[in-house]
Each structure stands twice: as structure tokens, then as C-alpha cells.
Design a protein around this ligand. Structure first.
Ligand code: HMG
Ligand code: MG
Length: 300
């Protein structure tokens, strides 16, 4: 009953780097993304075309996006909040545009400075223009399982946001456990409702590992038939506008588990490991993933 294959969507260069103290140089980002392009990953979210004051760590987004070496078969995606971001995404010839909104009113306001109702028309236009420019579009829903400001979020709010995004024409929705509070039971509950309306190929899961439940939540998702997961090398990541948010589900740990379960990903564990060590050196601090820690000890 486990899926035969899983599609890993690497978000390290975006979610992983947006919140870290150490500023990674443009060169460092480009080299890292170039390495990631040769790991077998078919999807890399490389940056965000947001306001540099809001996310200073990704202020060089346009340069990074223009200078990386594209590899055939890899989809290069970026976060886009509005038309201004879309213009840059088009200028950089990004393959997939990711719009984002929160199921929680307060988080949406803190994150993108607008109410949810004021965000819909902006995203609608972005999605429509992105599709006309032959970009595929993904929609993120944040704070699906809880909000750092409002606490519990009702499933009806999540459903409404998903419905709006699909109406706009997004190909898939990624459900974000922004602050890493979800448990497998909650994941199963939310997915059992959503999957009544949408097929599994329309939904990706985006777990943060704040409380160590990310892999358990992946397992619960796999059991419902979900096969798309966002993860970040080394477990880097977190939304600066969600207090308490910490790293994403680690790609290296996810890969260890999926490989062990004979679930195909086409991603090389060794190459991902090397890419983790590379960014660890650049940042100058230990990563969060179990895999990176075990290997450090083993290597002495
Ligand atoms: P705003 O201040 O309301 O924007 O910010 P505005 O439309 O009022 O414009 C104000 C100024 O910003 C203007 O400049 C615009 O030109 C400029 P001025 O005339 O004052 O010189 N501006 C821009 N500049 C560059 N790029 C743009 C852009 N848009 C306007 N795209 C805005 C609204 C959305 C821009 C801002 O709030 C923002 O950039 N927020 C980004 C927050 C963010 O990136 N958060 C993290 C990502 S979400 C996340 O991590 C969750 C996720 O991982 C899933 C999960 O874990 O749940 C996806
Ligand atoms: Mg995130």
C-alpha cells in the first residue's frame, strides 16, 4: 500500500536560505543550486521574487535565477507574491511560479501585508498572467495545521483557500505546516477530507520539523496516497514571519527513509549528501538533518 515512487521538491535555496542569519553569497547560492541540479532532483525552488526588505537573504534573486546553469528535466521554480515578482520571474525565465497565501488571516497579514480577501485578486491576476506566459503555477497554503498567532485553523478555511487557488488555475497546492506542529493523526484527518475533492496528484505536503514530527507526517501522507513532498537539504528553513518556525523536513533524511522503503525518487543520496556538506561549509554552521550529523561523526 506504499506508493511506488515519490516526487521530492527541493525548497532549500528558497525556504532553506530565506531565514538564516548568515548571508550566503550570490556565488555560493549559484554553486549550490548547480550542484543540486545534478543530484537527480527534478524540481528545485531556487529563490523568491519578494521585497528585499522583507526577505533580505534573497535580495539577489534575479541574479541567482539568471546565472544558474539549467539542466534539462529539472523544473526551476520561484516564489512570487504579486505582479512585480512575476515580471522578474518572467525576466529570469523561471519554469514554475509559486504563489502563496495563508489559511490564517493574521499570518497572511504579517507575511504579505494584506488580508486574505485582498490577496485573492492579486494572486488571481498573477496566476492568469503566469499561465498566459506558459509558466506552470503552484499554490502554497500556509498555516494549514495551526497558526503561530491564531492557534488552531479550521479545515473549512484550508478548504476555501485550496478551492480559490484551484479556481485560479494552479496545477497543484502545497499544504504548509508552517511552524511544524502537525501530527500524523491531524495530517490523516486533513487529507482524508481534502482528498474527497482533489486527487493525490493535485496535493503536495510541505512539512517543517520544529517538533520532530515531519517524517512521521510524511508516513501518514504516504498512507493516504500522497506522493509529492517539499523538503530542504540539511533541514534548513523557516518563515521569518511565523515566530517559532524552524527548519523544513530534511531532504537527506526523507531520502534515507524512502530509499529504505524501496520507494523510487531518482535522487542520489550521495550527491544530496555532498550538496548538504557544501552548504554547511558555506553557512559555517552544522545543519539540522540527522543524515548530516551521522556522517560528520562517521567521517570523524
Ligand atoms: P507591501 O509593502 O505591502 O507592498 O509588501 P506594496 O505593494 O505596498 O509595495 C511597497 C513597495 O514594495 C513598493 O516600492 C513596491 O515597488 C515594492 P516603493 O514604491 O515603496 O519603493 N514591491 C516589491 N519589490 C520587489 N519585489 C516585489 C515587490 N512588490 C512590491 N515582488 C509584499 C507586499 C508581498 C511585497 C511583501 O509583504 C513581501 O515581499 N512579503 C514576502 C514575505 C515572504 O517572502 N515570506 C516568506 C515566504 S512564505 C513561507 O515561507 C511559507 C511557505 O514556505 C509555506 C509554509 O511553510 O507554510 C511558502
Ligand atoms: Mg515553508
Amino acid at each position: 500500500h506504499w506508493p511506488k515512487s515519490v516526487n521530492i521538491k527541493e525548497v532549500g535555496p528558497r525556504d532553506g536560505l530565506q531565514n538564516i542569519q548568515a548571508l550566503v553569497s550570490t556565488e555560493g547560492k549559484i554553486n549550490w543550486i548547480n550542484k543540486l541540479s545534478h543530484t537527480g532532483l527534478s524540481y528545485i525552488e531556487i529563490t523568491s521574487f519578494v521585497h528585499p526588505k522583507w526577505i533580505p537573504a534573497l535580495a539577489d534573486s534575479l541574479e541567482v535565477a539568471k546565472r544558474i546553469e539549467r539542466v534539462d528535466g529539472v523544473t526551476y521554480a520561484a516564489l512570487v507574491p504579486n505582479q512585480q515578482g512575476l515580471e522578474k520571474a518572467i525576466e529570469a525565465n523561471i519554469d514554475e511560479v509559486s504563489v502563496f497565501i495563508s489559511a490564517s488571516e493574521t499570518h497572511n497579514q504579517k507575511n504579505i501585508n494584506k488580508s486574505i480577501d485582498d490577496t485573492y485578486p492579486i494572486l488571481k491576476e498573477v496566476v492568469s498572467d503566469a499561465l498566459s506566459s506558459n509558466k506552470s503555477v503552484r499554490g502554497y497554503v500556509s498555516t494549514v495545521f495551526a497558526c503561530p498567532y491564531e492557534g488552531e485553523i479550521s479545515i473549512s478555511k484550508v478548504m476555501k483557500t485550496c478551492e480559490k487557488l484551484f479556481e485560479m488555475g494552479v496545477n497543484e497546492v502545497s499544504l504548509g505546516d508552517t511552524i511544524g506542529v502537525a501530527t500524523p493523526k491531524q495530517v490523516e484527518e486533513v487529507l482524508s477530507i481534502l482528498l474527497k475533492y482533489y486527487s493525490t496528484d493535485k496535493i503536495a505536503m510541505h512539512f517543517h520539523n520544529t517538533r520532530g514530527t515531519a517524517l512521521a507526517n510524511v508516513t501518514a501522507s504516504l498512507m493516504t496516497g500522497i506522493t509529492k513532498f517539499d523538503s530542504s537539504i540539511g533541514g534548513l528553513g523557516g518563515c521569518p514571519y511565523a515566530p517559532g518556525a524552524s527548519g523544513n523536513l530534511a531532504t537527506d533524511d526523507l531520502l534515507y527513509m524512502l530509499d529504505g522503503m524501496n520507494i523510487e525518487t531518482n535522487v542520489s543520496k550521495n550527491k544530496i549528501h555532498d550538496a548538504a556538506l557544501y552548504i554547511q561549509d558555506v553557512i559555517g554552521e552544522p545543519l539540522f538533518s540527522y543524515d548530516s550529523k551521522i556522517s560528520r561523526k562517521t567521517l570523524g
